[in-house]
Design a protein around this ligand. Structure first.
Ligand code: COA
Length: 327
């Protein structure tokens, strides 16, 4: 089966079809105990039932693409995030069947036994493994919330593939991606990229405990990657938020723990707006700039929701910023 042609038949845009062409081909091994593994990944019963009823074997095109993503994950097992980054898995066309909506979750699940074996070899405690793979259940919940449909296919899956290949671990409040800093000519090092999963408030003490644990554990699990520092790319680090949030808010307290790098030109003026809308407000952003009608449908219950709307109504945009911190 040609992955490129399968992606074309399923209605993926040209860039996604090209991406599938570059992936290895393979035959994904769907684990026999899938139901049990989904429970281990914190998947709610309703989602387990739906996913088990939408196995990718049912459709040769989805089977080929699921196999390709699973084979790519296996090839990258234990590799850190490279210095040229990594791109989220392609979102599936909105018209996809339920097999398509669940297919990428099958690709992630297929690699779970190998991942857990790698964790054990590295000495990662089981509590960390469980918290790490729970992202799968979390993504399904967010998918339902944001898109009003079950599955995982409409979410740009950036973090979950990293978690399921041993590059990202959840330790307490944060997850951390092992990240290579490589500028060529021998300029290289290792960083942890800090993420803030949507699992409750960002209490400063709990956040610092999580960071301290990561700084202690990673050099034990990956002694070949001596740690220079932490990096955090996020809407949370936009200094403009200080115009709206109280000085002692969790978000501004988190900001003060990083040195914010100078602003880079965004890929589109509304890149930060989209990110804040999707990740924080859990709403599906439009394809382009937000219209007055888009802003009218944003709930106005919290300071952040009100800040979002008034900032955009005044013609300004939010920014994704990068923070760094030495350990
Ligand atoms: C990051 C996060 C945990 C911060 O929440 P927090 O600890 O409550 O943050 P703060 O104390 O600074 O909140 C300040 C104000 O903004 C509001 N706010 C913060 N995050 C919000 C969110 N995701 N949705 C709506 N309002 C939010 C708070 O309710 C508070 O307003 P209020 O006093 O009127 O109630 C939260 O935004 C979240 O879970 N986001 C989703 C994950 C995410 O975006 N991660 C970063 C990815 S790069």
């Amino acid at each position: 089966m040609d992955n490129y042609e399968a992606a074309q038949r399923l209605g993926f845009p040209a860039a996604a079809c090209d991406r599938f062409r570059e992936l290895p081909t393979g035959d994904v091994q769907v684990p026999d105990n899938a139901g049990e593994l989904l429970e281990y990944c914190g998947v709610a019963e309703r989602d387990r039932v739906e996913m088990l009823a939408a196995r990718p074997e049912a459709d040769p095109d989805w089977w080929a693409l699921t196999s390709a993503l699973a084979a790519g994950l296996e090839e990258d097992l234990e590799k850190p995030l490279p210095s040229n980054g990594h791109t989220a898995w392609p979102v599936v066309p909105r018209s996809s069947t339920s097999v398509g909506m669940w297919a990428w979750a099958w690709a992630l699940l297929a690699g779970l036994p190998r991942l857990l074996e790698a964790h054990r070899r590295r000495g990662v405690p089981e509590a960390v493994s469980i918290a790490t793979v729970k992202a799968l259940g979390g993504v399904m919940g967010s998918h339902r919330e944001i898109y009003g449909r079950s599955g995982v296919g409409l979410m740009p899956l950036w973090g979950p593939p990293l978690r399921f290949r041993g590059a990202d671990y959840e330790i307490g409040r944060h997850s951390f991606t092992r990240t290579n800093l490589g500028l060529g000519d021998g300029v290289a090092g290792h960083l942890l990229m800090v993420h803030v999963p949507p699992i409750g408030p960002l209490d400063p003490a709990v956040s610092e405990q999580s960071i301290a644990a990561a700084v202690q554990f990673f050099p034990q699990w990956y002694p070949e990657e001596p740690l220079y520092g932490l990096v955090c790319p996020s809407w949370l680090l936009d200094p403009q938020l200080a115009e709206y949030l109280p000085e002692d808010s969790n978000i501004l307290t988190f900001q003060r723990r990083f040195t914010i790098l100078p602003l880079l030109p965004p890929s589109t003026p509304y890149e930060g707006d989209h990110e804040l809308m999707r990740l924080a407000l859990q709403l599906d952003p439009p394809d382009g700039e937000l219209t007055a009608a888009d802003l009218d449908r944003i709930p106005q219950d919290t300071t952040l929701q009100r800040a979002f709307v008034s900032h955009l109504r005044s013609g300004r945009h939010f920014q994704l910023r990068i923070g760094i911190r030495q350990v």
